[in-house]
Design a protein around this ligand. Structure first.
Ligand code: NDP
Length: 277
């Protein structure tokens, strides 16, 4: 391949909708700017044990940028030459930009979350109390973004105490006076960052009736489009949104980093909508 190559690495990767999303954007960008006619976005299935070698080989082969998905985000953070200061507290990277010295890592998931919450629910993270479900990698990225945006308070709800305590001790130095784990106030935004809801018979990650009048429920899961949590929220007349807009906006931010131009977010949204239909 002689053009400018981008790719997503994951394991498994067969079902990733990032390639159609990015290639739709690149096709539209090529209509107005000849430089992008030779840009293509690929996918590679890379087992965790091969990640380091794959990153070296793709750099040597001249790849311009990479996305990382499950299970590579934390592993790559520890492997690459440089991590952007904005990704440092997250401990995970999802976007790599080629430099002469190696890969420079970013994390665009927080931007994707904040932009999607604003776009779909009309809610800013700033000054909003947050109930965050889960304490894994996605929850950590979401928590760092909520604190960076100046949320009113942050309350983590999960099953496993040790995971919650570990996350809270990582977040404490970033909180800067924002209350962690206080009493949950009324009108909090609920963000699901657990994998509960990927399968139809998964249990609910929280009983919404235990929360005082949530202002919205944002589920990071986008497939299925409506998780049992979102169905429950609808029965209580709570505004809902799934994670599709987050996927689009984290991807758009990655493509902006690689291309240095504004990217066609609408084309990306249309492509992912078609891909999961
Ligand atoms: P992890 O495996 O790292 O974290 C899983 C978390 O989910 C843990 O905190 C675990 O709770 C919790 N959990 C799992 N099963 C259940 C259950 N049955 N009930 C309650 N809690 C449960 O996963 P990630 O953090 O990497 O990803 C989480 C989700 O976020 C995934 O579904 C992923 O698809 C989505 N995501 C979406 C993105 C987007 O762009 N829309 C971007 C990134 C992620 P405990 O600590 O109690 O064990």
């Amino acid at each position: 391949f002689k053009g400018t190559a981008l790719a997503v690495l994951g394991h498994p990767i067969k079902h990733s909708i990032s390639p159609p999303m990015h290639n739709a954007a690149l096709a539209e960008m090529a209509n107005s700017d000849d430089r992008f006619t030779t840009w293509r976005y690929f996918r590679f299935d890379v087992p965790p044990a091969d990640l380091s070698l794959a990153l070296d080989r793709l750099h040597a082969a001249g790849f311009h940028g990479l996305n990382l998905t499950v299970p590579h985000k934390v592993l790559a953070f520890d492997t690459i030459a440089q991590v952007d200061p904005t990704a440092q507290p997250i401990g995970a990277v999802n976007t790599l930009q080629r430099t002469a010295a190696g890969w420079h890592g970013y994390n665009t998931d927080g931007y994707g979350l904040a932009t999607a919450v604003q776009e779909t629910l009309g809610i800013q993270l700033f000054d909003t109390p947050i109930v965050l479900l889960g304490a894994g990698g996605a929850a950590r990225g979401a928590a760092v973004e909520c604190l960076a945006q100046g949320c009113a308070s942050l309350h983590i709800v999960n099953r496993t105490t040790a995971n919650r305590e570990a996350l809270l001790s990582q977040l404490a130095p970033l909180a800067g006076g924002i209350p962690l784990q206080g009493e949950i106030p009324a009108e909090a935004l609920v963000i699901n960052a657990t994998s509960a809801g990927l399968k139809p018979d998964d249990p609910l990650p929280v009983d919404l009736t235990t929360l005082p009048r949530p202002v919205g429920v944002f589920d990071m899961i986008y497939n299925p489009a409506e998780t049992p949590l979102l169905t429950a929220a609808k029965t209580h007349a709570i505004p809902t949104a799934n994670g599709l807009a987050m996927l689009v906006h984290q991807g758009a931010r990655s493509l902006e980093i690689w291309s240095n131009v504004a990217v066609p977010v609408e084309a990306m949204h249309a492509a992912v909508t078609a891909a999961i239909a």
